[in-house]
Design a protein around this ligand. Structure first.
Ligand code: HEM
Length: 506
């Protein structure tokens, strides 16, 4: 009998082991006499402690710190003032008022699972749409541009920004070692070191798909698209000083803000807008439409509303839903397609690869990742197989292959005319032609308000002061190519002069 009797008199459920054995003492190990030693046959204890020992799965290699919520997406049935069917046949967009359930996960990128939410870092903005045609994941960030444009550079970029493998501290001398040799990063660095690099919380930030995708209509014709989320709550960012003050008191403020707002019934919402460009290389532009370090100028490619997302339910369990949620850029539905963007293709391999390692082979059987529609595959077994795909829809359990003359699953009819772009060219290892690394960074610098520009300069100076002279010189060179005033102000903040000759990596 337990020393601590359960005094509860109401009908509370009985505690059991995972084998279904009722537990009559959850306070005391089974021992030889009350002072021990303990015995090894104690199944109840072994099950409890060994499950505890395995409570953690590997956290995400990036974007480990995050939170999530459920909600729905409501389509406008149009894109701007045109019927959306002109550009895409994706079913979730077609009818005005049509609702699709969503799960969203917001995150920071670099540090671990319980790191402060006040850090200067892009914020992840990943949305899973549970559509009638299966899942669509739009895996984006708050900033509309990215540091690099080739997937092969991603592990190096992340290593340089993660804590030093010896000191275990993030180090500007490592970050800017990489950045100062990556001119295409200047645009994103200009956003990141401005107040836009620390959103006030998750409700008051934008989202963007960043990479270029395609939409495909019923005729199989495609256009290029970029996706953007605009918060109905407005955008709020923090100065470094404001962030420091919040961090001193609460390092979970963004998770708390989202959770509390939803509990209060103040449901945050975002409008989904797209920019559309005809499919092609667009040699008339001074940037490549597939280059994720560039914005598409809004005066030429206006933001066209297509629907609205509202978040109205907190997760019932953080681990089961937020930690185990698995988003990927390859998860598209009919009417949505990839572009040739090589960064996007690299991402598409990486997400499901890491999730098979992080969550497990059968991660798509978990309720948070499982589509809310018919699923029937011939994929079988593997670690933690929870059920047999398709068995509920009457699949013959003997036939786990296709084709079969006896029964089993059959291919679906084609959803529409295939989009089949022509692809030809020499196989090369080569950067894109239209690099133009500085122009949009300079435009951004000039379009900031004075206080934002002051913050940007001061934050960069603080970081660069701890870098070696070779890195400082390169950074100042790049920034002065973006805008002479930008380079000059950072140079005088650090106490060096601007070198005008080109540096390697340009
Ligand atoms: C080649 C470049 C990139 C690679 C290889 C890459 C790879 C990864 C990996 C491996 C994860 C962890 C996924 C998981 O464990 O579930 C991740 C998470 C994430 N990435 Fe990327 N990423 C890249 C670029 C980007 C870009 C450009 C964006 C923004 C548009 C982005 C947004 C995100 C987000 C939001 C998450 C967190 C998703 C979640 O909440 O679970 N990534 N990325």
């Amino acid at each position: 009998m337990s020393d601590k009797h359960n005094e509860s008199t109401n009908e509370q459920p009985i505690l059991t082991t995972r084998q279904g054995h009722p537990v009559y003492d959850n306070q005391n190990l089974r021992t030889v006499g009350d002072r021990g030693p303990s015995t090894l046959e104690n199944y109840q204890f072994l099950e409890k402690i060994s499950h505890f020992d395995r409570e953690r799965v590997p956290e995400r290699v990036v974007h480990a710190r995050g939170t999530g919520a459920h909600g729905y997406f409501e389509a406008y049935g149009s894109v701007g003032d045109q019927p959306i069917s002109k550009f895409t046949r994706a079913k979730l967009f077609q009818e005005k008022g049509k609702r699709t359930p969503v799960f969203i996960r917001f995150s920071t990128v670099i540090h671990g699972g319980h790191s402060p939410e006040t850090l200067r870092d892009p914020r992840g903005f990943a949305v899973k749409f549970y559509t009638e045609d299966g899942n669509w994941d739009l895996v984006g960030n708050n900033l509309k541009v990215f540091f690099i444009r080739d997937a092969i550079k991603f592990p190096d970029f992340i290593h340089a920004f993660k804590p030093d493998p010896v000191t275990n501290r993030q180090d500007p001398n490592r970050q800017f070692d990489f950045v100062s040799q990556t001119p295409e990063a200047m645009h994103t660095i200009t956003w990141l070191f401005s107040p836009w690099g620390i959103p006030a919380d998750y409700r008051h930030m934008e989202g963007s798909g960043v990479n270029t995708y395609k939409w495909v209509n019923a005729q199989g014709e495609a256009v290029l698209v970029k996706y953007h989320w605009v918060p109905a709550q407005g955008v709020k960012n923090l100065t470094q000083e404001q962030a420091n003050a919040i961090q001193g008191k609460n390092f979970n403020h963004a998770t708390q803000d989202l959770y509390d707002a939803i509990e209060r019934g103040e449901y945050p919402s975002w409008e989904l807008r797209v920019q559309i460009m005809s499919d092609g290389e667009h040699p008339e532009l001074d940037f490549d439409p597939l280059d994720d370090t560039k914005l598409w100028p809004e005066d030429q490619f206006p933001m066209l509303p297509v629907g609205k997302m509202t978040l109205d339910k907190n997760p019932a369990n953080f681990f089961a839903e937020v930690e185990q949620a698995a988003f990927g850029t390859g998860v598209l539905v009919d009417g949505l397609d990839f572009s040739d963007d090589k960064m996007l293709q690299g991402r598409t391999f990486s997400y499901s690869d890491t999730q098979r390692h992080r969550v497990g082979t059968n991660y798509l059987q978990l309720p948070i990742n499982h589509p809310k529609t018919h699923v029937a595959t011939n994929q079988r077994d593997g670690n933690m197989a929870y059920y047999v795909d398709g068995i509920d829809s009457g699949e013959n359990p003997h036939v786990n292959y296709e084709p079969s003359l006896q029964s089993g699953l059959v291919e679906s009819p084609r959803a529409g005319v295939e989009h089949s772009p022509e692809v030809s060219g020499k196989l090369v290892r080569q950067a894109i032609d239209r690099k133009n690394p500085y122009k949009q960074a300079g435009e951004r610098y000039r379009s900031f308000e004075d206080w934002e520009r002051d913050e940007l300069v001061s934050n960069l100076v603080t970081a660069l002061k701890s870098c070696i002279p070779a890195i400082q010189e390169r950074m100042v060179y790049h920034l002065s190519q973006c805008d002479a005033d930008y380079g000059q102000r950072v140079a005088s903040g650090i106490g060096i002069s601007v070198k005008t000759e080109a540096v390697a990596g340009d």
